[in-house]
Design a protein around this ligand. Structure first.
Ligand SMILES: [Zn+2]
Length: 149
């Protein structure tokens, strides 16, 4: 299923890896990775409200056991769609839960936390919906419609 909303790239001028990450299967099959150095500013892809932030971790690694150590920012948009920005650096969020953000606003800085696989520092980005009963397994990524730039 494609997104209803159109999204702007959260990072400009980066190499985009679509299916190189071993994590991008099943419910994450439409996720994308932007290959960037740590400390790169990350922009909101669309107007929305910040609904979740984790930024207390300083741990990252190659295998899936590091997944729970990943920092991230999650934003809710119109049409029940959410975007997520993962692997941000420790204390790397410039927003907090409840903040209203605008398209293109810098929301944080990239890092190397969580399950990085073999890709090195990168930003994991996806757009998803939640289905009842709203558990983590009810998280479905959508094929992103990018805004023409
Ligand atoms: Zn990824």
């Amino acid at each position: 299923m494609k997104t209803k909303n159109e999204y702007q790239y959260p990072i400009e001028n980066a190499r985009i890896a679509y299916d190189e990450s071993p994590a991008h299967t099943g419910r994450l099959r439409h996720a994308v990775d932007f290959i960037i150095p740590e400390g790169t500013p990350i922009k909101a892809s669309l107007d929305g409200i910040v609904v979740d932030v984790k930024q207390d971790s300083d741990i990252g690694g190659h295998d899936a056991s590091f997944d729970k150590f990943g920092n991230y920012i999650e934003i809710k948009h119109q049409n029940g769609e959410y975007s997520i920005y993962e692997h941000i650096r420790k204390e790397g969020a410039l927003v907090k839960v409840g903040d209203k953000v605008e398209t293109g606003q810098v929301i944080g800085y990239s890092g190397n936390t969580g399950w990085m696989a073999h890709l090195g520092p990168h930003l994991h980005f996806d757009v998803h919906k939640y289905h009842a009963p709203f558990g983590p397994e009810d998280y479905e990524t959508l094929e992103i419609r990018w805004k023409a730039s």
